[in-house]
Design a protein around this ligand. Sequence first.
Ligand SMILES: O=C(O)CCC(=O)N[C@@H](C(=O)O)c1ccccc1
Length: 368
Amino acid sequence: MKIDGVELRRAAMPLKAPFRTSFGTETTKDVLFVKVVTSESAGWGECVAMSEPRYCSEYTDGAAEVLRKFLIPSLGELTDPDVHALSATMEQFAGHPMAKAALETAFLDAELRAAGTSMSSYLGAVVDRVPAGVSVGIKNSIDELLEEVGGFLDAGYLRIKLKIEPGWDIEPVRAVRERFGDDVLLQVDANTAYTLADARHLQRLDDFDLLLIEQPLPEEELRGHARLAEMMRTPVCLDESITSAKVTADALAIGACSVVNIKSGRVGGYLESRRIHDVCKANGIAVWCGGMLETGIGRAANVALAALPGFVLPGDTSASDRYFAEDITEPFVLDSGYVKVPEGPGIGVEPIPDLLEAITTSVEWIGM
Ligand SMILES: O=C(O)CCC(=O)N[C@@H](C(=O)O)c1ccccc1
């Protein structure tokens, strides 16, 4: 398929409420959309980098620049690429998985639309709806937390994830357990906020029958996570540390985790995401789909991924209205705790032009 060019579109998507994690607070999503226009179709990708390099080293302006200067021009070397050739070409440049993921996904979306194939069937989906979990940020008070968790449980979410950090961990978890009982599927996400010296403190979380504790230690501490996993009953799940299928195999080999959060942006795209899924499935390790506050564009691709057989835990594939008053695509809605997998060609959703224009802050075209 011949690539005519690529559109880079920046947008400011307001969140319904500030979302606080151990590394900062988001109030507006600084979005970079990538649109690949080919001779036969057009496809969309959403770069999940944040405006500042706090979750990882990538950030939105940097991702736009590496796409503009290196990744998109490198596609000019390809005459009639498929997504594998495109992905391989981008490997000449080091790093920048979120930027690469956005371009690879936009191309794959275009390729699949032209073929009339849905992303979910292309990836190997086995279900047509996925169980939805929800992520709850760090709050100013326990009361505020309990009110928000209660609202999400009333909405039907099947799993609650609480962001934690030193000073906001044992008490919020205890309060949620005491208010909502032991049957709620409950997990915590530390976003690398602890050290191995906190092990004895973190062991106190074992009293609350959590599904998992996500990324308690810094990204590079695979052995540290293996040591912590030996000291805790709560299963350790990795997020930031899992940057490729190769690293996943190493992490599993040393017992660094027993659950994996798969995020396409963190690992360079959905092809690598599927490879990680396959490594985990071959090792009997449960995976779930992480989220990065995506609009309906990124959310659609995540929901397709979450329909693969190894995704046995609810992911951060919440409904659109979890973060946005109005999504720029047909909204994803919660139906008895599940989100429907789009069935149309490609990612199965399109931006609604007026809504996309309303949040757009800049558009640039890079011709081939
Ligand atoms: O529901 C969502 O999309 C967000 C889920 C979530 O908590 N994402 C976290 C994370 O560390 O996984 C995050 C939030 C903001 C920015 C980066 C990451």
